[in-house]
Structures are given as C-alpha cells and as structure tokens.
Design a protein around this ligand. Structure first.
Ligand code: AMP
Ligand code: GLY
Length: 422
C-alpha cells in the first residue's frame, strides 16, 4: 500500500513511525513532514490546507490511503476531495468534521443522542450572551463556535472574565468568524481524560485513553497550550470505564451522525470530564490528539495500517486491536517563550543519544534541518520524548532520562508529566 500522511507535528511523526512498521506498506509519503519524519517517510513540501495539490500528488503517485493528522484539512474537506477521485482517506467528511469544527453542531448532536454533557446555550449576539452570564453567574465557560487554534475556550471564574471573553470573541472578532457565534455552558468539575475510537461510519473500535497536560507550567500553572505531555493508560480510568464511555458517548454520536446522513469515519476523540455524576463530554475532536497519539501508538501491538483501511471500508465490525500492557509517558520539549512567543532557530543536540536509550522514542514536531545537518527549533512545540515501560513511574523515568540527554538550553519542558496529581 502507498500511504500519504498529512501534517508535520509529533502526532504525524508517531503516525508515520507506526505505519512505517506495517508489512503492508510499500511507500510512505508525508506532507509536509519534518526532519524526524524524513527518516521514515518521503516528505513532500505541500501544506496541509493545499487540498487541490495534495489530491494531485496522491493521484500522480497512486496513493491508496490518505491519513490526515490535524483537524484543519478535515474541516476544509480533504476527505471529500480525496474520495471524489477515488482515494480512501481515513477521516470524516467536511460535514462530519463539524463535530469539532462547530461547537453548536456537536452540542446539538449530544442533545439529540442524549449524550451526557454540560448544559449549554447558543448566542449570536453579544448583548444576550452578557445578559445570560449576568443571570447564570460564575464559574461559567465561554466558547467560540468555530475553530480557534485551541484558544477559543475561556473557563471564567469571574463575571468580568466571562464578559471580556464574549467581547473579545463577538465584538472584537478575535477569532474572526469563528467567534461570531458563542456557546456558553455550565462549568464541569473533575478529572479530564481523552478517549479515542476508530470509527467506520457505524462501528467503533476503542483506541484507548490518555491524559493530556494542557498548561505550560508544572502543577498545571500558566497558559493553556496544545499539550505539554501525556500518559496512557490513565490512572483511575480503567478499561471497564473506557468501554462504558464507548457505549454512552461514542456509539450514540455515531448513530446520530449516521441518522443525519453524515456517517463518521476516522478517529473520534472524546474529551471527557469525570464528574461526581459520571463521565460527561467536554468536546469532540475528529482526529488524534497531540501528544496523546504518541502515547497511544507507543502501546499498540497490532498493525495500525489495516485498521485505518478497514475504517475507510466500513469493515471494523470484526476487527480486533491488541495493546501491550506497558505504560507510556510523553514529554513535550517546547521552545522558550511558548505558547505566546516561541524563539526559533536555536540548535538542538543529543537527539541520537536520547533516542538510543531503552524504551524511548523521539518524535519531531517543530524542527527544521540546518545547512550542516544540524536540527534547529522551528516551532512552539518542538519534540515529544516518549518513554515506554511496565508502569507509569518507570515510563516517566525513561522519558526524562532521554530528555536529559538532549542539549538544548533554549528549550524547556514540564517536569511533572506522569506524576500522580494531588
Ligand atoms: P479546548 O477546546 O481543547 O481548548 O478545551 C479547553 C479546555 O477547557 C478543556 O480541556 C477543559 O479543560 C476546559 N473546558 C471546556 N469546557 C469545559 C466545561 N464545560 N467545564 C469545565 N471545563 C471546560
Ligand atoms: N492535546 C490536545 C489536542 O490535541 O487537542
């Protein structure tokens, strides 16, 4: 099989790494990829939103399967465009990607399918949104309806914060049209976990769960980020509860999507809050998380590639995936200044020494190759260092031993990934 992975982050490096190990693979491309991905795939310089060029490339190179990593090309219709020329693409259509692309859409699906989630209301004008906040009080959560690069959610502890969020989204158009509609919802309290399933339109196969560390600083301090680390399995989220959430949240969503003629294929990522009243959905994403993907694939024993193909073919019903009984911890190394103003261009050394450590994988994200073969920082999140071992503590020790082998004074990471939370 010839496969094209779309994206350039640590998630896509992990996808390429897993797919490259498949005996079914004959050729692996990645667009645009990164220097780490170049070790396992042929990188082609096409941007993730340049869908017409991606389709042309896939046709010219007889690609059998396209695997998009990030949400943006899915919301922009990459699956529709590939399928229109007869190329399988393991992701939802543009219509089905609204599960992530529009908060009001996903909330309507939840209500229609009786999926437990925070109580919510939709607002198209700022005055009624402000009045609602005044009436309901705090804490309260304000969300831009559309995609906002992970920055469109404000968990407001004070009315002032909530009003400021409404003004920024709806009046100042901080996220453009994405914020012209907002969802305001009840604030859920509890432990957050991410649950992943591979879906074929009708059936869903559990890919396991992971916990993301969203804040930039130790002890969950500082700004929200795309994710500073992850671990899997999640302590306190047993396999039995995973299976229950599959029945309670994922399958009803698939059924409702199918009922509306928008069969969901690809990865469905349910962000959950384990509240006192049970698990509730915070949001759906229509792709793997980054860095959750890295820890999930590190634990996967089965060949990922035939599973992705079966999802496209609607044949997951009799499929089985195996996992090793190891734990995985991923630590993100970011460039100083991330998430606000990461500094680019510094030299990173010691990557080979880090990767040579037992039970360690080094995944590249925002890196670029320097003229003399050096690896330079070229993004906010730059590397994911993943440790695998029989338990979380040892996986963590392995990941941090590898982190400490990397010589990069301009980079930083959290030191508490995988440490039990108080
Ligand atoms: P994201 O959309 O991934 O940027 O999500 C932002 C984060 O906001 C989530 O991971 C939660 O921590 C938080 N969040 C979103 N909705 C709620 C809610 N209803 N109650 C409490 N926290 C929430
Ligand atoms: N790490 C969270 C996400 O990928 O959305």
């Amino acid at each position: 099989m010839k496969v094209l992975v779309v994206g350039s982050g640590g998630r896509e490096h992990a996808l390429c790494w897993a797919i490259a190990g498949s005996p079914l693979l004959t050729k692996l491309y990645c667009a645009p990829g990164n220097p780490g991905i170049a070790a396992v795939a042929e990188c082609v310089a096409i941007g993730v939103l340049d869908i017409a060029t991606l389709v042309g490339f896939a046709q010219d190179n007889a690609v059998d399967l396209v695997v998009p990593g990030p949400e943006a090309p899915l919301v922009a219709g990459i699956t529709d465009a590939m399928e229109a020329v007869g190329i399988a693409c393991c992701g939802p259509t543009r219509a089905a990607a609204q599960l992530e692309g529009s908060k009001t859409f996903s909330k309507e699906i939840c209500d229609a399918a009786s999926i437990p989630t925070a109580l919510w209301e939709r607002f198209d004008d700022a005055a009624s949104a402000r009045a609602f906040v005044n009436r309901r009080g705090v804490p309260i959560v304000v969300k831009a309806d559309g995609l906002a690069a992970g920055k469109g959610v404000v968990v407001a502890a004070t009315e002032q914060e909530a009003i400021a969020a409404i003004d920024a989204m709806m009046e100042q158009k901080r996220f453009g049209e994405s914020g012209s509609t907002v969802v305001i919802e009840e604030c859920l309290v509890g432990e957050e976990v991410s649950l992943f399933a591979l879906c074929d339109g009708e059936d869903a196969l559990l890919l396991g769960s992971a916990q993301d560390y969203k804040r930039v600083g130790d002890g969950d301090s500082g700004a929200n980020t795309g994710g500073m680390g992850a671990c899997s399995p999640v302590p306190g989220f047993p396999v039995k509860l995973e299976a229950a959430c599959l029945e309670l949240i994922i399958r009803p969503a698939l059924a409702e999507m199918a009922r509306r003629g928008m069969r969901f294929r690809g990865i469905l990522f349910a962000g959950l809050m384990l509240t006192g009243e049970g698990a509730k959905l915070i949001e759906f994403n229509v792709r793997f998380g980054d860095p959750e993907c890295q820890v999930l694939l590190a634990r996967m024993q089965s060949d990922l590639l035939p599973a992705l193909q079966a999802a496209c073919d609607g044949e997951l019903r009799d499929f089985d995936l195996r996992w090793n009984d190891q734990a995985a911890v991923a630590v993100v190394l970011a460039a100083r200044g991330y998430p606000e103003t990461p500094e680019y261009g510094s030299v990173i050394k010691g990557l080979d020494q880090a990767a040579a450590k037992p039970g360690v994988s080094v995944f590249h994200a925002g890196t670029e190759a320097g003229p003399d073969g050096a690896i330079l920082a070229a993004g906010g999140r730059v590397l994911t260092i993943c440790g695998v071992a029989p338990d979380i503590q040892q996986a963590r020790d392995r990941a941090y031993a590898a982190v400490d082998a990397i010589v990069w004074p301009e980079g930083f990471c959290r030191r508490d990934i995988g440490v039990p939370r108080p």
